[in-house]
Design a protein around this ligand. Structure first.
Ligand SMILES: NC(=O)c1ccc[n+]([C@@H]2O[C@H](COP(=O)([O-])OP(=O)(O)OC[C@H]3O[C@@H](n4cnc5c(N)ncnc54)[C@H](OP(=O)(O)O)[C@@H]3O)[C@@H](O)[C@H]2O)c1
Length: 354
């Protein structure tokens, strides 16, 4: 499958056109594992020069600094109209005040006002619910976000890190009540994290939602700089800086993942491409994926990542990657595999209408 940065895709069943790689700015303003402002600016300029138009931030990234820096770059370049700017709400930066976080109406209004101020914009193109808060009624979430769409403060909204059933309920209720629907899902997805293939990707395909993977390199792990023997090539990476954290997102050094690294390294050598390019290409061209969020702490890394669309991954090599990274069989998904489906369909193959 060939994707190009200057060819755009609609984000789910919407009219919003985005490039196949989205620039993540979680590294902006982050002085532990991010990039300084000059490097961030070079990354921003080069991403746009390559044809990219889709940029992702969040109110919580570097306590709001990511939004401020991004807003400054957009203002300085005068490119507001050309860019699709996405930010997020949910996380709480105020201890002791439960209404300064979560997905209730009170927090959504507070968070959006803050984001627009830091970005120096009067609207965002896409407003992500960052994570499910488990308590706010879904009706309150979609009514609030629909009101903001109608008020012109956000052009579209979407959900990150939510259960698939929750997305399905929100999308269905919004459709039934003629409210603006969520248009996309943002979830962790890479060769070492494929859980969303069970529920989220099929749900998105049925509901017309885009899927935007985050951490497609597993926070740099799949770029191949970390080694089983605990050595790191090419400077201190994020996973080394964050070693010992209790956040499971950064626990990538498992035997299963090292086996994936071995296969990826051998395939990358065969294709004469970097491991990062092959891992990104795999994620960006998997079924159901619309636009993949990339991150970089240097211009060299960005160049490498942009080149991930410049080649084809032959099917037999994709099959090898799929096999080594396959999810363990789990109930009830075993019933949806070919062997058991064949018992349902009388031994013949039946394809769904599409
Ligand atoms: N919705 C959510 O919950 C959520 C969560 C996480 C991220 N996100 C979004 O997704 C974006 C991307 O996530 P991510 O930064 O975790 O993506 P990633 O691609 O998995 O990791 C990016 C990191 O990998 C290393 N790297 C990238 N390219 C490389 C290359 N070619 N060679 C060597 N190392 C390379 C760099 O870190 P080092 O230089 O430190 O090694 C870089 O910061 C974020 O910016 C954010 O917008 C969303």
């Amino acid at each position: 499958m060939t994707l190009r940065m200057n060819e755009y895709i609609t984000l789910g069943r919407s009219g919003l056109r985005v490039s196949p790689l989205c620039l993540g700015t979680m590294t902006y303003g982050n002085n532990r594992w991010g990039s300084d402002d000059a490097v961030s600016r070079a990354i921003f300029d080069r991403y746009i020069e390559s044809g990219g138009n889709f940029i992702d931030t969040a109110d919580g990234y570097a306590e709001g600094k990511s939004e401020e820096i991004l807003g400054r770059f957009v203002a300085e370049t005068g490119l507001r109209d050309k860019l699709v700017i996405a930010t997020k709400f949910t996380f709480n930066l105020t201890q002791g005040n439960p209404n300064a976080g979560g997905n209730g109406r009170k927090n959504i209004y507070r968070a959006l006002d803050g984001s627009l101020k830091r970005l120096g914009m009067d609207y965002v193109d896409l407003y992500w619910l960052h994570a499910w808060d488990k308590v706010t009624p879904v009706e309150e979430v979609i009514q609030t976000l629909d009101t903001l769409v109608r008020a012109g403060k956000i052009r579209h909204y979407a959900f990150s890190d939510v259960p698939a059933w929750y997305y399905a309920r929100a999308a269905t209720l919004a459709e039934c009540h003629s409210l603006s629907k969520p248009i996309a899902l943002q979830l962790e997805y890479s060769l070492v994290e494929r859980t969303i293939e069970r529920e989220h990707i099929p749900a998105a395909q049925h509901l017309g939602a885009a899927v935007c993977p985050w951490s497609p390199l597993a926070s740099g792990f799949l770029a191949g700089k970390y080694r089983r023997d605990q050595t790191t090539e090419g400077g201190k990476g994020r996973l080394e800086v964050l070693k010992g954290t209790t956040n499971p997102v950064f626990e990538k050094f498992t035997e299963r993942n090292w086996r994936i690294i071995d296969a990826l390294e051998s395939i990358a050598k065969q294709l004469n491409r970097s491991m990062a390019q092959v891992a990104l290409h795999w994620a960006a061209t998997q079924p159901g994926i619309t636009s993949t969020l990339i991150g970089a702490t240097s211009l060299t890394q960005l160049e490498d990542n942009l080149a991930s669309l410049d080649f084809d991954l032959p099917q037999e090599l994709r099959d090898r990657l799929n096999k080594v990274s396959a999810l363990d069989p789990a109930h009830p998904y075993m019933f949806f595999e070919d062997t058991l489906q064949s018992r349902i369909h009388g031994g013949v193959t039946v394809h769904p209408w599409s």
